[in-house]
Design a protein around this ligand. Structure first.
Ligand code: FO1
Length: 313
């Protein structure tokens, strides 16, 4: 069994590589729900949906979110009435949010709903929300650039403000009283290898580790846990991981990533561009494996998956 701690696009691509090299039914993803947002009354779980659509081969590779070949008629209609359209919901994607929202309202848990969505797309891996409780990633803006409010929800920061504003702190509202989702602790405890995907360590993996019990469960499997750095040559391939790390006092490098993960993972996989920093990663107390981590094709993703799983042994 392989368990992957997952955020959005980087995790989704690595998972798509992992299912090429191990039987997909033996793979579980524990997915961040701190990005979840309610828009127009609909409950949206972006990271769960990105992982689902990518594993189904239905993702939009240009955006990294949403569906390939999507249409936007419902958004056009919403705009006609002056509704908020900064968070784009495609016509087909909307069906996922309707299914999730309707079932949540009927009292069904997010884990069961996620299993229903996963089965609707014919997926064999198991996708588990990190928690069924509401945990919201909240960003405090350094200069009040949120249009009045100092603290904004993650999607306001990421999409509405295009993550182009400085952040002074991040918190995971509700995490302290949340419980790990059904199956999460067993998936970590029973895994042969736990993989920390190349997701943003602060706002994608951070919420998972903030759910009481999850970090302890991974720490207990530290010798079988391998992390993949989302930082390559000091920068994130996509999104604000490097900026956020700097703004919050971390070094935006593979060494900074090692300092965040050294308590939970015994090995860090870094890109060939950072080969000269392998020794510095090892000085932080982690084994270090150097390979190509830019998943520009399914073949590279499969090769990275092979290396990552091999690094645990
Ligand atoms: N990201 C954007 O940059 N712009 C959007 O309009 C947008 C809409 C959206 C709708 C559904 C969904 O599941 C994801 C969506 N995302 C959008 C991506 C997403 O919000 C972020 O990439 C993740 O939260 C970060 O992992």
């Amino acid at each position: 069994m392989i368990t992957v701690l997952a955020g959005g696009v980087g995790a989704a691509r690595l998972l798509a590589g992992i299912v090429q090299v191990v039987p997909p039914a033996e793979v579980t993803a524990v997915v961040n729900t701190g990005d979840d947002v309610v828009m127009h009354g609909l409950h949206i779980s972006p990271d769960l949906d990105t992982v689902t659509y990518t594993l189904a081969g239905a993702d939009n590779p240009e955006t990294g979110w949403g569906l390939a070949g999507e249409t936007w008629q419902a958004m056009g209609s919403l705009g006609r009435y002056g509704g908020e359209t900064w968070f784009n919901l495609g016509d087909v994607d909307l069906g996922t949010h309707l299914y999730r929202t309707g079932n949540l309202a009927a009292g069904v848990g997010l884990a069961e709903i996620t299993a229903g969505i996963s089965s609707g797309w014919g997926l064999e891996p198991t996708l588990l929300p990190m928690t069924e409780d509401r945990v919201a990633t909240m960003m405090t803006l350094a200069d009040g650039s949120g249009g009045g409010s100092d603290e904004v929800g993650f999607q306001e920061y990421f999409v509405r403000l295009r993550h182009a504003v400085p952040v002074s702190s991040v918190r995971f509202a509700g995490a302290e009283s949340s419980l790990p989702g059904p199956g999460v602790l067993d998936a970590i405890g029973g895994a042969d290898v736990v993989v920390v995907a190349p997701s943003n360590p602060i706002v994608s993996i951070g919420p998972l580790l903030a759910v009481p019990g999850i970090a302890d469960a991974i720490r207990a499997r530290r010798d079988r846990t391998v992390a993949v750095s989302p930082i390559i040559a000091g920068a994130a391939l996509k999104g604000p991981a490097d900026r956020l790390m700097r703004e919050l006092g971390h070094e935006a490098s593979v060494v900074g990533v090692a300092r965040i993960y050294r308590d939970i993972a015994s090995c860090l996989v870094i890109d060939s561009a950072d080969a000269d920093l392998a020794g510095a990663v090892e000085t932080e107390g982690m084994a270090c494996v150097v390979t190509d981590t830019v998943m520009s094709s399914p073949e590279v993703a499969a090769e990275l998956a092979r290396t990552v799983l091999g690094a645990a042994s």
